[in-house]
Design a protein around this ligand. Structure first.
Ligand code: M6R
Length: 615
């Protein structure tokens, strides 16, 4: 939620900050702002709307030659998106300027106290309260900026990644982190600050990722000084060499990041299993799992915690883990789990799934599970993310940066990792026959080719999208392994096209949703070859009998459903256990094309942000 970016060095800060904001816009896009400092005057511009609106305003309104700057792209929490609530925010004296990602929960009481001391507030934000609290500490305690930030942060409750500077210190930016990500890029005589490394990747490969409750003083001509916010201890920062490259964060000729990411799936699924799955040698191994496999085998149960699409991947994992390993699995919405006093014991293993590795609810669920002594395993995409550090062990999905707000390749790579985990554990536990094990390894290795094949139906799916783009509602049905795919298909459509869609287990339809079916209701049914095929065919007959319009995802060569459905989307044949990896592809494309045809902003759908670092 919210992207922050900062620069201090020898170049003009403006183009670096503006480009950085464009790359971070996936994190929030209801307003944006920038502050630049040339050592004499601060230039500040901010506006409701997108970074492109900010760009137009900056070029009309302010001088852009400062070599220190901070910028912000917002996903509103406190205060509606408008010009005033946009960041950066000044302190009352006009000396301090701040940007903030997160929430200060006790801002109201601090604000009251500051108002009693004569402070005035222009915005409704918690951020303006924080910058004035820092100013007040500076005044009362007569301390330098870094110390004032530290004292102030010890008084606030909440989550933050902040960057601020002081008009009296043109060579310094102070940053701090708790719960929201913050990376510091280290160049030659220049420093970068950002919510992720994408804004500075063309300038440096060296970055420090601050840990929670750490702050840093970034001063030109000095080494970055990192310290604990509580207790004042200095920290020796680990400088990480980044693997990211510019190409990965650009659209590469596609109209949208989402489309690029859909089409990347054959290659990123390969990246996910590269070096881990050696089918011809009968080996599947995951570095993070090998030393802890006993924990899984001896577990009373596995609890999977996640949100959104990652939760759907978890639901697929429930089927595959129970099927192959015979370990009971529960799949929990992290946001519910964390607040419902769940029963967790040391014999439980928790798997936390998160693309960003920053989702606040998932992180809180992990902390709760750890407090109860459970072993926590992470499945994350973003390397070095908070969740990947908070878990006892884990596996990265290696999907590369996912910029489109709607998750696509994150889902298929998560399912790939979870499938490999289930196979490895089942093998160790002896709950899978050698024949089945080998069959799964070989079939999993074929998945990229099958996804490639499924993507070839793009033109046909576009034609189907044209027919249904004006539908008001959609129903998605699936059974077994493909019930989670139905949920995921419905979520994809909702979030980018704003068409109402529901996912249901196909057999549940007759317990209620069947009442919705008429000739206006498109029903997407996943009807690939599986143990439930005949039953799904019966469900399709029930829909037909009520004049429902059927769009079916079928296995290549299918003849039965072809005769019953109005439209079909074919995918290659796979074992049922692996089928979600291919059946999800046409549903991603269908949502994408409908959203484009409706003129929606596919990569930045309204009200959403890529990583949800607030509750
Ligand atoms: O980064 P995470 O995987 O933890 O994010 C979880 C959800 O916020 C995310 O999957 C969200 O539902 C996506 N917009 C779905 O496309």
């Amino acid at each position: 939620m919210c992207g922050i970016v900062g620069y201090i060095g020898k170049r003009e800060a403006y183009p670096i900050i503006m480009n950085g904001l464009k790359r971070l816009e996936y994190r929030g896009y209801d307003s944006a702002g920038i502050a630049l400092y040339d050592g004499t005057g601060i230039q500040l511009a901010k506006t409701k709307g997108k970074v492109s609106d900010l760009e137009a305003r900056v070029e009309a309104e302010i001088k852009t030659d400062g070599k220190l700057g901070i910028g912000h792209t917002r996903w509103a929490t406190h205060g509606v998106p408008n010009d005033i609530n946009s960041h950066p925010h000044y302190s009352n004296s006009g000396n301090l300027v701040i940007i903030h990602n997160g929430i200060i929960e006790n801002y109201a009481s601090i604000k009251k106290e500051l108002e009693n001391r004569g402070y005035k507030f222009k915005s409704d934000t918690d951020t303006e309260v924080l910058v004035n609290l820092i100013e007040e500490v500076q005044k009362v305690e007569n301390v330098k900026l870094g110390k004032a930030v530290q004292i102030a942060l010890n008084q606030v409750v909440g989550a933050y990644a902040i960057a601020l500077f002081d008009r009296n210190k043109p060579d310094e930016i102070v940053v701090a982190k708790l719960g929201s990500p913050l990376a510091i890029g280290i160049g030659e005589d220049e420093f970068f600050v950002a919510s992720d490394a994408s804004p500075f990747i063309e300038f440096t490969n060296n970055a420090i990722y601050l840990e929670d409750e750490e702050m840093a003083i970034i001063r030109l001509g000095r080494e970055v000084k990192v310290r604990k916010i509580k207790g004042d201890m200095l920290v020796d920062p680990y400088i990480q060499e980044l693997q990211l490259n510019l190409e990965q964060i650009e659209k590469g000729g596609y109209d949208h990041f989402m489309l690029k990411e859909i089409f990347e799936q054959p290659s990123v699924i390969k990246d996910t299993y590269r070096g881990r799955l050696l089918a011809d040698q009968g080996i599947v191994k995951l570095g993070g799992l090998e030393d802890h496999i006993g924990k899984f085998i001896n577990a009373n149960r596995i609890i999977i915690v996640a949100c959104g699409t990652s939760w759907h991947a978890g639901l697929v994992a429930e089927y595959i883990f129970e099927d192959l390993t015979r370990i009971p699995v529960e799949v929990e919405y992290a946001s519910e789990f964390r607040y419902r006093n769940p029963i967790i014991s040391e014999k439980d293993v928790v798997i936390a799934i998160s693309q960003s590795g920053e989702t606040a609810d998932t992180l809180a669920a992990i902390k709760l599970a750890k407090q109860h002594g459970a072993f926590v395993y992470g499945v994350c995409n973003v390397v070095g993310s908070t969740i990947s550090r908070e878990t006892h062990s884990g596996t990265y999905t290696h999907a590369g940066p996912e910029i489109g707000v709607a998750s696509t390749k994150a889902f298929t790579t998560q399912v790939t990792v979870l499938t490999m985990m289930a196979l490895r554990i089942a093998k160790e536990k002896g709950t899978i026959s050698q024949r089945d094990f080998m069959l799964h390894l070989r079939e999993l290795e074929q998945i990229p080719a099958h996804v490639e094949e499924a993507l070839k139906s793009d033109d046909k799916i576009m034609e189907i999208a044209e027919v249904f783009k004006n539908a008001k509602n959609f129903l998605y049905l699936g059974r077994g392994y493909n019930f989670p795919v139905a949920l995921e298909g419905a979520l994809k459509l909702k979030e980018i096209s704003y068409i109402h869609a529901e996912g249901y287990p196909a057999a549940e339809m007759k317990h209620g949703p069947i009442a919705l079916i008429d000739e206006q209701m498109p029903v997407v049914v996943i009807a690939v070859n599986s143990n439930h095929y005949e039953k799904v065919v019966s469900n399709i007959e029930e829909i037909r009998a009520r004049q429902g319009v059927i769009i079916a995802v079928v296995t290549e060569g299918d003849t039965t459903v072809k005769q019953l459905a109005d439209y079909i989307m074919e995918v290659p044949k796979t074992p049922e256990t692996l089928s979600p990896l291919v059946t999800t592809i046409p549903l991603q494309l269908l949502s994408y094309h409908i959203a484009v045809m409706l003129g929606r902003n596919v990569d930045q759908p309204r009200n959403l942000a890529k990583s949800v670092t607030v509750e």
